[in-house]
Ligand binder design. Structure first.
Ligand SMILES: Cc1ncc(COP(=O)(O)O)c(C=O)c1O
Length: 346
């Protein structure tokens, strides 16, 4: 952020745009792409994940075809559900695949919802509520059989585990940088499968998406032939500065190492909790789990506050309890101490 202030102070505004700010979105996009398992030129930064989803949504015309069904899930982030519900006004049919326990959704149930009318399957890769992780390969396979596209919200998994945008053959990934990617607000991102990019013309658009933005040409819009066609207006430059160090650090540490630490510590948290008869509201199977573990407590907000007073920083979500998210920079001793303090407070 000091570098941002410095650029603002030392350069004229025009000069800063010419020397670095115009390219910055693409540079940050490429760093994010690397962590998502995509190639350079596959990610356009966005103001936030909600806008990233709205950009994708705006590529479709649900009224003009019978392929107007969207498959989502009850474990998705509410913002995404709001965006989808709003599409019902313009002809989309939204099928929200339910969860019986609010923690997991059987893969067959998701797969069975995908049919020849499905335009897009849009799901959280890892649920913000329960840390449940969907089976990407099974979902993509079924979607491809039925000619549907696949979008994953990787907000809760990017930076916490290896993602394979390319190998999975997913069409879109959306997310933001303030969680496991250790960035500041607000920087969202949108990955679009390279072969698909130039087939789409988002209605949510602006001058930055134009083939020659500095011609300031009148309409019709001419979308540029790159992922920049998913941009809108002037990028949020301070947000971009705020995410670069976190992205660098996660790339240096390596997502495989992050995941290995996380798995060991999550197992410890789960064993510690179960030995004391506490309820875990996350999948037990490591292959179905993200980086967080939900530990049930009666009054989540009060417990979050009491833990913070003891320098244990966790979050909570309605109905599921504490969301405990150890990252690579925590030590085993810290995680043990946190659980012991929770034990005292329980
Ligand atoms: C899975 C998931 N998606 C989306 C969001 C929010 O996205 P944004 O605020 O960038 O629109 C969150 C934030 O907590 C999230 O956990």
């Amino acid at each position: 952020m000091l570098a941002y202030y410095d650029a603002w102070e030392q350069h004229t505004s025009e000069d800063a745009w010419a020397t670095s700010w115009w390219e910055m979105s693409a540079q940050v996009g490429d760093r994010i792409a690397q962590l998502l398992g995509g190639e350079p030129g596959s990610v356009q930064v966005q103001p936030n994940a909600s806008v990233a989803l709205a950009s994708v949504v705006s590529c479709f015309d649900f009224n003009s075809s019978t392929r107007n069904k969207i498959v989502t899930s009850a474990l998705d982030f509410p913002s995404m559900q709001y965006v989808w519900a709003a599409q019902e006004r313009v002809g989309a049919r939204i099928e929200v695949v339910p969860s019986d326990d609010g923690i997991v959704i059987p893969t067959e149930r998701i797969v069975d919802a995908i049919d020849d009318q499905t335009q897009l399957v849009a799901l959280s890769h890892v649920s913000f509520r329960s840390s449940y992780r969907v089976d990407v390969e099974a979902i993509v396979e079924r979607a491809q059989q039925h000619g549907a596209l696949v979008l994953l919200d990787v907000y809760q998994s990017a930076g916490a585990m290896e993602l394979k945008a390319r190998a999975w053959e997913v069409d879109f990934l959306i997310g933001g940088t303030i969680k496991w990617l250790c960035g500041g607000p607000a920087c969202g991102y949108l990955y679009v499968r390279p072969e698909l990019q130039n087939e789409l013309e988002p209605k949510l658009t602006g001058w930055v998406a134009h083939a020659s933005p500095f011609d300031f040409a009148p309409p019709p819009m001419r979308y540029t032939d790159s992922v920049r066609r998913f941009a809108q207006g002037t990028p949020g430059i301070p947000g971009l500065y705020s995410v670069i160090p976190g992205l660098q650090i996660i790339a240096e540490v390596g997502v495989k190492a992050v995941r290995a630490e996380s798995e060991r510590r999550s197992e410890f948290i789960i064993d510690f909790a179960l030995e004391r008869g506490w309820k875990i509201n996350s999948p037990r199977d490591v292959n179905q789990r993200g980086g967080s573990v939900m530990v049930y407590v009666d009054d989540g907000p009060a417990m979050v506050k009491r833990l913070a007073e003891r320098s244990v920083f966790v979050d909570c979500r309605p109905g599921v309890g504490l969301r405990m998210s150890s990252h690579f920079f925590n030590t085993d001793e810290e995680v043990r101490a946190a659980m012991e303090i929770l034990g005292e407070l329980m």
